[in-house]
Write a protein that binds this ligand. Structure first.
Ligand SMILES: Nc1ncnc2c1ncn2[C@@H]1O[C@H](COP(=O)(O)OP(=O)(O)OP(=O)(O)O)[C@@H](O)[C@H]1O
Ligand SMILES: O=C(O)[C@@H](O)C(=O)CO
Length: 426
């Protein structure tokens, strides 16, 4: 029997962002699975309302991001998705070279969409958009910690301007006054912008009810671009239209046993605070990135350090550094490419931990999570309980031995995140 058509398809540009979205969709009433890349034909997926295809395409060359996103979109449409959400970061992580604009342009061309509604807003985590400007809490994006991001420092809060530098077509604005007027006003504004040659429009969003309006308006087109907030709006609109599942709840927190460990490669302020808090209740190894780069045995030594302690409880291994330390390291080694070498080391550490019996793994950082999940060869995840806004427990949906993972976006979670995650992962 062929599976029933998907109510919603999503292409996510990183793995933590994908789990954030899958969490939101599940909680809003869509049964959801997260796949890593386009699923192989042999991968058995449960019957679901939504599939989030996770890519690691945020910080790769734009042409590769476009190619992978198009393949994911084709797969989702072949599974019956009439609307596809391109899931980007709620802090619009990108550079002038992309990859949000180039992927948006390509998916819009493929889907025949005249225009795509775009909003990274996620009010639950403090991301709002006003007059096209993105705020992180009370600060504009360019004054938030994102200005110091190791891979894509965000130094302009005006998203109409940011996206216009990346997209081939003009970018318009759906302002908050239009959103406040309701779905018909947003639809009319999108139509007018499309008629005047705009390919996309940044939509203002202050509170969750704005997202419900935007979700309903976005469903009138085949493509939209946004973070979990827009996912919430789309899911609520679909559930209201009878496309959800009464039993869409996350899985109960079934235990998998085994050892537990945490890995941090994110250098975001939230993660730095969480590592400091973890030092109060578990052994923490701060890996010196210089040593990682120069000593071929550094990863092995870190795994041995962990192996001596895992019998007595979870451990945390972190490469994360302060903005000053990151800048100094990048200056010494000539650029942000150094991040990739550190991701490779974190992935090798994860594999060593799993080989020593770790079955519950918390990873902080989107790129870091991508490197770890790829190296471990994990293919799909089912959704478990929510640890913090945007971060669910994930359970592997394939492979011989089940594992529980938490893939934390750098800026998400409170100070006690690692303890909370481990308490829910038994
Ligand atoms: N001490 C360090 N100095 C410089 N770069 C580092 C250091 N430690 C880790 N990195 C690199 O910084 C980057 C952090 O990106 P990552 O996506 O993992 O975290 P994040 O950006 O905070 O999370 P998210 O993308 O979910 O917001 C990775 O490439 C990682 O390898
Ligand atoms: O939208 C967010 O902020 C997150 O899901 C994410 O993508 C960070 O990497």
């Amino acid at each position: 029997m062929s599976p029933r058509p998907l109510a919603l398809g999503a292409v996510a540009d990183d793995y933590t962002g994908a789990s954030d979205l899958a969490n939101t969709l599940t909680r809003a009433g869509l049964r959801t699975v997260q796949t890593i890349g386009v699923p192989d034909p042999g991968l058995a997926l449960p019957e679901v309302d939504a599939v989030v295809v996770a890519l690691k395409s945020r910080s790769i060359p734009a042409d590769q991001a476009v190619e992978r996103s198009r393949a994911a979109e084709r797969w989702l449409r072949a599974r019956g998705a009439t609307h596809v959400l391109f899931k980007i970061c709620s802090t619009f992580d990108s550079t002038d070279a992309g990859n949000i604009g180039p992927v948006l342009d390509a998916l819009r061309a493929d889907s025949g969409a005249p225009i795509a509604l775009v909003t990274p807003a996620f009010p639950e985590t403090g991301r709002t958009v006003y007059q096209g400007h993105l705020f992180v809490g009370a600060r504009p994006l360019n004054e938030s910690p994102l200005k110091d991001h190791p891979l894509n420092p965000m130094r302009d809060a005006d998203l109409v301007r940011v996206l216009a530098r990346q997209s081939a077509a003009p970018v318009g604005l759906v302002d908050i006054a239009t959103v406040a007027e309701g779905v018909d006003a947003v639809t009319a504004r999108l139509d007018a912008l499309a008629r005047s040659g705009h390919g996309s429009a940044i939509a203002d969003t202050i509170v969750e009810s704005d997202l419900e309006i935007l979700g309903r308006a976005a469903l009138g087109h085949p493509l939209s671009v946004g973070a979990s907030g827009l996912g919430l709006g789309l899911a609520r609109a679909l559930v209201a239209a009878g496309r959800g599942s009464p039993s869409a709840d996350a899985l109960p927190g079934e235990g998998v046993g085994g050892h537990a460990a945490c890995l941090a490669g994110s250098c975001s302020q939230a993660t730095l605070d969480q590592i400091a808090a973890a030092e109060g209740h578990m052994p923490v190894l701060r890996l010196d990135p210089e040593r990682l780069l120069s000593d071929p045995h550094a990863v092995e030594a870190a795994i041995a350090w962990a192996a001596e302690r895992l019998d007595t409880g979870p451990v945390l291994i972190a490469t994360s550094g302060t903005p000053e330390a990151v800048r100094a390291l990048q200056a010494r080694h000539g650029g942000a490419g150094i991040g990739h070498a550190i991701e490779v080391a974190n992935a090798a550490t994860a594999a060593g931990l799993v080989a020593r019996g770790v079955r519950r793994l918390v990873v902080a950082g989107g790129e870091t999570s991508g490197a770890v999940v790829d190296h471990l060869g994990l293919r799909a995840f089912l959704l478990g309980p929510e640890i913090a806004a945007g971060v669910p427990v994930l359970r592997t949906a394939s492979g011989p031995e089940p594992m529980l993972l938490a893939l934390k976006s750098g800026n998400f979670g409170g100070r006690d995140f690692f303890a909370r995650a481990l308490a829910l992962m038994r």
